[in-house]
Ligand binder design. Structure first.
Ligand code: SAM
Length: 263
């Protein structure tokens, strides 16, 4: 296992983690949307990452098929799930070719994956294929807002664009709309609900480090040499703009769930 990939996965895990209360509310919303008794239900998560959605559900008794194509993410997931692994099967595979039979799971969970797949319809078709009749597709997403984070990311973007590299933003939201349209075209009826809103403190340094470590998908298409060239300028700008980089700011966060039941 390459150490760098596990280190990245831990950094991702720290940045995206939910406070315990929030993680519990999300698990409850997913359980309610499923409408199946916990002990019996089998859930599959596509692009499970380090398990921030999965672990509270596993703790509640669901059997969990944790699929991801990145062994570093699955390794961190495995370390975090120590003690409850008997309920879990790790599947290192591509979401566009799920190695499971048709109609074999009660719920398919997808959080922050569609926008990473240019050919997302293949993964959506696979998700629908493995759901049992009456099973539920559960798509979730985070939103976060803070003026400081916005200013830092805007500056990052202008530095990248000055290097003649285009940055694509807003893909996540657009992809969610495309998936919703597809589900409706198939005669299904997705229902969307904001599950929880909360506030978090983050330091300016943490916001810069997330860009430095390329934890957001919009940073990952920037060539390595461009990334290395612009980052010192970003840190210097932030130092001049904000002064103390260990100052914290408030991040408004929320989690939304869209549930679509198969006929
Ligand atoms: N769902 C997790 C969460 O919300 O914390 C992880 C989200 S992370 C942005 C996307 C995850 O999808 C990563 O763990 C990545 O390895 C995985 N992934 C990306 N493309 C994939 C594919 N084609 N098949 C399976 N997993 C994939």
């Amino acid at each position: 296992m390459p150490k760098a990939s596990v280190r990245m996965a831990y950094a991702y895990d720290r940045l995206r983690a939910y406070p315990p209360e929030v993680a519990g509310r999300i698990a409850t919303a997913i359980g309610n949307a499923l409408g199946v008794r916990g002990e019996e239900a089998v859930l599959l998560e596509l692009g499970v990452g380090t398990g921030r959605i999965a672990l509270p559900l596993i703790a509640r008794g669901y059997r969990y098929l944790a699929l991801d194509k990145d062994p570093g993410m699955l390794e961190v997931f495995r370390q975090k799930a120590a003690g409850v692994m008997r309920k879990v099967r790790l599947i290192e595979a591509d979401a566009r070719a799920i190695p499971l039979p048709d109609e074999s799971v009660h719920g398919v969970i997808v959080v922050h994956l569609w926008h990473l797949l240019p050919d997302w319809p293949k993964a959506l078709a696979e998700a629908l294929r493995v759901l049992k009749p009456g099973g539920v597709l559960l798509e979730g997403w985070d939103e976060m807002e803070a003026e400081e984070e916005r200013l830092i990311q805007e500056r990052w973007r202008s530095l990248v664009e000055a290097e003649d590299v285009g940055v694509v933003r807003g893909l996540h939201r657009k992809r969610l709309e495309e998936v919703e349209e597809t589900l409706k075209r198939l005669g299904l009826r997705p229902k969307t609900k904001q599950v929880v809103q909360w506030r978090e403190e983050r330091t300016l340094r943490q916001a810069l480090e997330a860009l430095e470590e390329r934890l957001y998908s919009f940073t990952q298409l920037v060539p390595e040499e461009v990334h290395e060239r612009i980052m010192p300028g970003l840190w210097a700008w932030a130092q001049g703009e904000f002064g103390d980089l260990d100052r914290s700011f408030t991040l408004e966060r929320s989690f939304t769930l869209r549930a679509t039941r198969m006929a």
